[in-house]
Design a binder for this molecule. Structure first.
Ligand code: PGA
Length: 248
């Protein structure tokens, strides 16, 4: 399966920063020798349209970081999946651990968001992953099973879903799981996806959490790792490009 490298810019960047970063990526894409992977960036909502305009024709897809479950209505401050599609998005991240933790998003809410994304023609990048306390308690596989069972809508095809395994304790910490730890979780996710999605063998399962140019080769070489969801390192064009170029 072709790997996917997606950048999650989180709440970073004014317009000038987002334009500079996206222009730097477009320049690299146009310079020849493009990486052999799919590429996407997920800027903050204020930058979706200018960044999308910059990326047009570059082969780099646009994604959002969240959507509301409802198609429209009295939801002050929220954005519907259709609005994100209309702004040029292909992807939307749902269920990121920062939203689960800071906005109290339950598995049921995440599933509703994934359904809304699908209904609008977006591909949800659905995040799962355990906290450090859950890992220490030996609950990692049970946690990701509960999250997949609770968050993945029924009836999706592989082309309509991306999963990202992001151990909460690895996000923004510089710590990453060992290759065998990643392999164990990704094997479990593959098994669960095969049970839940018709062509579940083909659902891309990304790894996320402190992915850097220095560790990406090892992470991408783990079985069932189909790409990376990159936070901090995606804010640096050279680092993001180096990560993408690590794709076999
Ligand atoms: P990080 O974030 O690469 O900065 O650890 C990853 C993520 O939260 O998606």
């Amino acid at each position: 399966m072709r790997k996917l490298i997606a950048g999650n810019w989180k709440m970073n960047g004014l317009r000038a920063d987002g334009l500079a970063l996206s222009r730097a990526l477009v320049a690299r894409a146009a310079a020849g020798d493009p990486p052999d992977c799919g590429l996407a960036v997920c800027p903050p909502a204020t930058l979706l349209i200018p960044v999308g305009d910059t990326l047009r024709g570059s082969g780099i897809a646009l994604g959002a970081q969240d959507c509301h479950p409802e198609p429209k209505g009295a939801h002050t401050g929220d954005l519907s999946a259709a609005m994100l599609k209309d702004a040029g998005c292909t992807y939307v991240i749902v269920g990121h651990s920062e939203r689960r933790a800071h906005h109290g998003e339950s598995d049921a809410v995440v599933q509703a968001k994934a359904k809304a994304a699908r209904a609008a023609g977006l591909v949800p990048i659905l995040c799962v992953g355990e906290t450090l306390a859950e890992r220490d308690a030996g609950e990692t596989l049970a946690v990701v099973k509960r999250q997949i069972d609770g968050c993945v809508p029924q009836g999706l095809r592989a082309s309509q879903l991306v999963i990202a395994y992001e151990p909460v304790w690895a996000i923004g910490t510089g710590r990453t799981p060992t290759a065998p730890q990643v392999a164990e979780v990704h094997a479990k996710l593959r098994k669960l996806l095969k049970e839940r999605v018709k062509d579940g063998a083909d659902v891309p399962v990304l790894y996320g959490g402190s992915v850097k140019p220095a560790n990406v080769l090892e992470l991408l070489s783990v079985a069932n790792v189909d790409g990376a969801l990159v936070g901090g390192a995606s804010l640096d064009a050279a680092d993001f490009w180096a990560i993408a170029q690590a794709c076999p």
